[in-house]
Design a protein around this ligand. Structure first.
Ligand code: IPR
Ligand code: MG
Ligand code: MG
Ligand code: MG
Length: 150
């Protein structure tokens, strides 16, 4: 059947990474059609045949040059961006990881997609946060390992 011009695109899958360092998390201000000018975790679209861990490591490497380890699944959320210029339905898989080399410094490898990466204390996050991430923070989500006191 002819695609109705009102048909909405099918849901996409994004992988976002809580890269933890002490009590801080790595965030970048997005320069993108989705969540422009909001602070977001590094991450991106799951590509064909990738595991969640492979996508997390690839996207963090592509965007920041950082090598990560101890990559593990935290949670999944369902996000419909209906007010954006192009409506998007994005299932977001949230992962946690740490730096393979604690001294490695993030680089801005995709300046056309991000204004810069920086470490932010979990108790003093910048604003505005990227929608799916803000929902998690507002719900009281704690990405840190249970034994770590914040
Ligand atoms: C959850 C979120 C990081 C998914 C959005 O993906 P993105 O716009 O950062 O996509 P790419 O990094 O793959 O370009
Ligand atoms: Mg990317
Ligand atoms: Mg990508
Ligand atoms: Mg990205």
């Amino acid at each position: 059947c002819a695609m109705s011009k009102f048909a909405s695109p099918s849901p996409k899958v994004g992988v976002a990474v809580f890269l933890l360092k002490g009590n801080s998390v790595l965030l970048g201000r997005r320069r993108s059609s989705i969540g422009h000018n909001t602070f977001a975790l590094p991450g991106g679209h799951l590509e064909f045949g990738e595991s969640f861990e492979q996508c997390a490591s690839r996207e963090v490497k592509e965007e920041t040059g950082l090598d990560i380890e101890q990559v593990e699944l935290l949670t999944v959320t369902n996000n419909v961006f209906s007010h954006e210029a192009k409506p998007v339905h994005m299932v977001v898989i949230f992962m946690r990881a740490v730096l393979a080399d604690p001294d490695q410094v993030p680089q801005l490898l995709e300046p056309e997609k991000c204004y810069g990466w920086d470490w932010y204390n979990w108790n003093n996050l910048p604003e505005p946060l990227f929608g799916p991430f803000e929902t998690m923070v507002r719900s009281g989500f704690d990405p840190f390992p249970a034994h770590q006191n914040n």
